[in-house]
Design a protein around this ligand. Structure first.
Ligand code: SF4
Length: 225
């Protein structure tokens, strides 16, 4: 018979899962948790903020672009902001740069569905202009909460804006890349943005080295649990 302590422990566990959004438990041959908590919590958070009007980009966007991929991913890619295609489709990295990012992810033996991809800004700056400091300031709390819910083991920051924003640094991406930094206790490796790689194919070798490092951290952190 289960002890009172074990029952209390189980009760605490189920309450925590419920808070995270778990709605169903299936016993037997299927996985015990059918609706992982982080999935439900992330989807709820997306719904909660998708009508954001905190900055003027809300007036010019077609779609709010929250993010895409596995809500429990151990690897997260963070870019700058949605572009034209992303704004139209409501998904990050679906244009030409997105196709290159897909190839980069596949080159480190992962699939897009196994990682999570998002941006610092959730709405497209008109004409793909650079994000403004006030827009970043207003939008970054959403990214912080997103990462708190996903709990990745490694972040790859794509490009100057993502790297400098996440690291609160003015150092050029050419100097930040290739090294392990930290973002709220999560290991972070910056590399070039895929759109920059399309303009400067000579940077592909350094990007390859950077993503190899990201993969190495991912493997190490997963092995450590
Ligand atoms: S960019 Fe961010 S802060 Fe601005 S409206 Fe979109 S979600 Fe809100």
């Amino acid at each position: 018979m289960a002890s009172t302590a074990a029952i209390s422990q189980l009760r605490r566990y189920f309450l925590q899962e419920q808070e995270l959004g778990v709605s169903e438990l299936v016993l037997g041959r299927k996985p015990v948790i059918a609706n992982p908590g982080r999935n439900g919590a992330l989807a709820r958070y997306q719904k909660q903020i998708s009508g954001c009007t905190k900055c003027p980009l809300s007036k010019t966007r077609t779609n709010f672009v929250f993010g895409d991929g596995d809500p429990r991913a151990d690897m997260v890619f963070v870019g700058e902001a949605p572009g034209h295609e992303e704004d139209l489709q409501g998904k990050p990295f679906v244009g030409a740069a997105g196709q290159l990012l897909t190839k980069i992810i596949e080159a480190i033996k992962l699939d897009r569905s196994q990682v999570y991809i998002c941006n610092i800004l959730k709405c497209r700056p008109p004409g793909n202009r650079n994000p403004e400091p006030r827009e970043i300031e207003l939008c970054e709390p959403y990214l912080i909460r997103q990462l708190e819910l996903i709990k990745p083991k490694v972040i790859c920051a794509l490009g100057t804006f993502a790297a400098q924003t996440l690291l609160k640094s003015a150092t050029p991406i050419s100097k930040l890349r290739g090294q392990v930094h930290y973002y709220h206790d999560i290991k972070l490796v910056p590399t070039f943005h895929p759109a920059a790689l399309l303009r400067n194919p000579a940077w592909k070798r350094q990007t390859w080295e950077d993503v190899q490092l990201v993969r190495k951290i991912y493997d190490q952190e997963r092995a450590d649990g």
